[in-house]
Structure formats: structure tokens, C-alpha cells
Design a protein around this ligand. Structure first.
Ligand SMILES: [Mn+2]
Length: 479
């Protein structure tokens, strides 16, 4: 017995070392081995919970933290971690309950008190938002803006739209301006937002495009506010244009601290080439995520909370999926929690809202593939995981060849799963300045629709750390 204990302890030390080295996958593996040997140890579950938090597996983090608390009611870290997982999932009331417990057990702990108050503030704010939302139909920020009368001060030397229009020259100047960490004038930012909202709101929830034999398209995955890596994609692969179309597959913002620069650049290109530059919604183009992971904070820091509200309205109009030549379906997350969903069902989704907790709209933004057949509970705690049989059936029923999705960091920047039928593409290299992964994008030619993969490494960025604008409850050291 003692030998088993010491074996388990040495696995824990090994796991702790991996965790320190930010090798979270191996940390999880060794904590799991320790749990195999000694299932009654709250700390093993608590530590594994933290590793799951770092890898965004909030569903698993939640259940490990709960298990740790079950094993040891006085294990304070368990409550902290469960609260963090719930915060990340937007379940603020559940998080508040755990912070409340911590405060009661440790009434003199200032940090606990601060977290309780911060969480309580969010819960109250959410309740307030719900109260006014049900009162009357929410008015658009657009109606309260008077863009015409906004003046651009004489000392502003940055790019301006030309007679209210985005041009190639404007886009080139804008990218350079942002590269130098300068701010686009708020009038121009509002012009872009109002125009792009109008444009996106006219698109269906499922966008269908066709490429001729000679045409091709570049599909990119998550960018997550890594503006300098986005510029690098354009360096490597050319600027977007009629002859160089792009599809960006969601999660443009959050985490990286240059999300404003990323999204205004992408929206600018959408206005410049509406038919050849495509954007799909990710799970981070949502209020809950933006509140926790930095985008809301960043927009407030660089502009105003009113502008964030307008961003939120625009995000709600981003299409949810795109079909290329009736053969390749692209979405941010993946397939569905139920069988029998058709392309027609996707078209019919009323997307102008925050995504619900379940159902097809939620699945498109949140689900992940898994290697084994069938479906299982999501490691993230939202939507589901789907196996190769689910993918096959969906493709057959909808006469498709394969799907492209994003949403998960991969060491190579991409991953081919489900016998080539489910491809992941991720375009944020060295994600969050710490994952060490490559980025990639995919070329698809109209002639054969075969995917070819292009990998790239991260480039330096100015010294503003990821998550700099995120909610303090989620900032790394504080979990
Ligand atoms: Mn995502």
C-alpha cells in the first residue's frame, strides 16, 4: 500500500513538472496515472482540473474539481477551480456559489473576497441586462449614432475611408497604421462597423459559393487577436482580392491583445471584396466569451463600451457555415448532437442572437471531433464530441465530401481525422505565446477540391501579453 502511494506521489511530481513546463497534455496523462493508483486523493483531481482549465477543457475541469471537493470538503483550491471553470462557461451564478463558500471558510482572505465581489458584480449585471432585454426590443446602437457629425481632428494623420468607402489603399494604410500600434479614428471604425453589419445581415446562415476549375480559396482557422501573425499570413499568401479569396473560420478575437486590429482588418477586407472574402462566426464572437477573454475589455480600453455593443450586434450576423461547390462544408466547431440535420436546417437557423446552450447553432460553434465512433460528453462542457461514423452519416445524407472546422489548437496547425473526412485548421501559431504550435491554412482548388496544407511559425509582436484585457478572474496566475 505504501509503495503504491509513493508511486502515485512520484507520478504527481512528474505531472507537476510537466505542468510547470506548460506541457499540459503530459501533465494530464501523469495526473491520470496517479489517480489510477490512488483514486481517493483530492489533490490529484484538483491539479488535473487546473491542467484541464489551461487546455480549455472546462467540462472535464468542472467534473475533476467537483470530484476533488467530494473527496475533501475543505480543499479550497477545488472550489476556486470549479468556479473558474463555471466562469469560463458563462455560468456565473454557479461560480458565485463556490466563491461564497471560499469566503465563508476563509473570511480574512482578501483575494477570495475580491473574486467573490468581482463575480457578484457580473451576476448582478447579467440580471440587469436580462431585465431590460425583456422590457422592449433592444434598440440598435446604429440608431443612436450620428457618424456624419463626428469630426476627425486635424492632428489625426491615420487612414480615412475615401468618400465613405473602403479601398485597397485604405486597407494597406490601415494595416501599416495598426502595425505601428496606432489607433484608427473612431469615426472610421464606426463607418466600417455600420457598413459590415448591413452587409452581413443580408447573408444567409449557410453561405454557398462555387469555385470554377481555375479558381481556388484559402481557408484559415482561429486567429484569436494575433494581429502580427495575421499580417504574416497575408505576407506569405498574398492580400485578399477577387483573385485571391479567403475564408476565415471564426474566433478572430479574444485572448490575443490585438483583437481590435484583427477584427477591423478582417471587416475592412469584407467590405473591400464582399464576394471573395468570407467570415464565419466562432464561439468567441459572443458576449459571454468576449466578457471573459478580453475582447470587451480591449474595445473599452481602445474605444468605448458603446462600440463594443455594436461589435456584438455585428457578430450576431456572422454566418454559421459555408458550403463550397456543394461538396465541402466549413464551420467553426463541428457537427451535431442529434442525427438527421440537413444543410436546409442550417440555412433556416435564426442566427441573430447569442447562441443557445444546446441545439444546432450551439453545435456548429462548439462541438469537437473524437476518434471513437458515436458521440460523447464534451470535454469543454458545451455541445458534444462526434465520431467518424457520425461524420460519415452526415456527409452521406447531405451529399458532401468532407468538413473543415477549426476551434482546437493542433501542434502542426492542422489535423486530418475521420479518414480524411474531418479536417481541423488552426491559424494562431504559438497560441497565447505559449503552446509552441505551428499555424496553418488550407488551399482548395475548384478543379478537385483537394486540401493542401501550408504551415507557418509565429512572428514577433509588441510586448503586450495575451489576456492583457481579460477578466481578472481568468487571468493565468489567479486560477
Ligand atoms: Mn473556438
Amino acid at each position: 500500500m505504501a509503495e503504491v502511494q509513493s508511486e502515485a506521489e512520484s507520478l504527481k511530481s512528474k505531472a507537476n513538472q510537466c505542468f510547470k513546463d506548460k506541457d499540459y497534455d503530459n501533465a494530464i496523462k501523469y495526473y491520470s496515472d496517479a489517480i489510477e493508483l490512488s483514486a481517493g486523493n483530492a489533490i490529484y483531481y484538483g491539479n488535473r482540473s487546473l491542467a484541464y482549465l489551461r487546455t480549455e477543457c472546462y467540462g472535464y475541469a468542472l467534473s475533476d474539481a467537483t470530484k476533488a471537493i467530494d473527496l475533501d470538503k475543505k480543499y479550497i483550491k477545488g472550489y476556486y477551480r470549479r468556479a473558474t471553470a463555471n466562469m469560463a462557461l458563462g455560468k456565473f451564478k454557479a461560480a458565485l456559489k463556490d466563491y461564497d463558500t471560499v469566503v465563508k471558510v476563509k473570511p480574512n482572505d482578501k483575494d477570495a473576497k475580491m473574486k467573490y465581489q468581482e463575480c457578484n458584480k457580473i451576476v448582478k449585471q447579467k440580471a440587469f441586462e436580462r431585465a431590460i432585454a425583456s422590457d422592449e426590443l433592444k434598440k440598435s446602437v446604429v440608431d443612436s449614432l450620428d457618424i456624419e457629425s463626428m469630426t476627425i481632428e486635424d492632428d489625426y494623420t491615420g487612414p480615412k475611408l475615401e468618400e465613405g468607402q473602403v479601398t485597397v489603399q485604405f486597407m494597406k494604410d490601415l494595416m501599416q497604421w495598426f502595425k505601428e500600434q496606432k489607433k484608427l479614428h473612431r469615426k472610421c471604425a464606426y463607418q466600417i462597423l455600420v457598413q459590415v453589419k448591413d452587409l452581413l445581415s443580408k447573408l444567409p446562415s449557410l453561405v454557398e459559393i462555387s469555385l470554377s476549375q481555375e479558381e481556388s480559396i484559402t481557408v484559415c482557422g482561429d486567429i484569436h487577436g494575433q494581429y502580427y501573425d495575421l499580417l504574416n499570413i497575408f505576407e506569405l499568401n498574398g492580400l485578399p482580392s477577387k483573385t485571391n479569396p479567403y475564408l476565415f473560420n471564426g474566433d478572430f478575437v479574444d485572448r490575443g491583445s490585438f483583437s481590435v486590429e484583427v477584427i477591423l482588418t478582417l471587416f475592412g477586407f469584407k467590405l473591400l471584396c464582399p464576394q471573395h472574402f468570407h467570415l464565419l462566426r466562432g464561439n468567441h464572437e459572443t458576449d459571454n466569451m468576449n466578457q471573459m477573454y478580453g475582447f470587451e475589455g480591449e474595445v473599452k480600453a481602445k474605444y468605448t463600451s458603446q462600440m463594443f455593443e455594436l461589435f456584438s450586434e455585428v457578430f450576431q450576423w456572422l454566418p454559421l457555415a459555408q458550403c463550397i461547390n456543394s461538396k465541402v462544408l466549413v464551420m467553426h466547431g463541428g457537427l451535431f448532437s442529434e442525427d438527421g440535420i440537413t444543410l436546409d436546417d442550417i440555412k433556416k437557423i435564426q442566427r441573430n442572437r447569442q447562441p443557445p446552450d444546446s441545439g444546432p447553432m450551439c453545435d456548429l460553434l462548439w462541438s469537437d471531433p473524437q476518434p471513437q465512433n458515436g458521440r460523447s460528453v464534451s470535454k469543454r462542457g458545451v455541445s458534444c464530441q462526434f465520431g467518424p461514423d457520425i461524420t460519415n452519416r452526415f456527409l452521406e445524407e447531405n451529399h458532401l465530401e468532407y468538413i473543415i472546422r477549426s476551434h482546437e489548437v493542433k501542434p502542426e496547425g492542422y489535423e486530418v481525422a475521420h479518414n480524411g473526412k474531418c479536417i481541423t485548421v488552426f491559424s494562431a501559431p504559438n497560441y497565447c505565446d505559449q503552446m509552441g504550435n505551428q499555424g496553418s491554412y488550407i488551399h482548395l482548388r475548384g478543379s478537385d477540391l483537394k486540401p493542401t496544407f501550408h504551415q507557418f511559425k509565429t512572428v514577433p509582436h509588441p510586448n503586450v501579453k495575451p489576456m492583457a484585457y481579460a477578466n481578472t478572474l481568468l487571468q493565468m496566475g489567479m486560477m
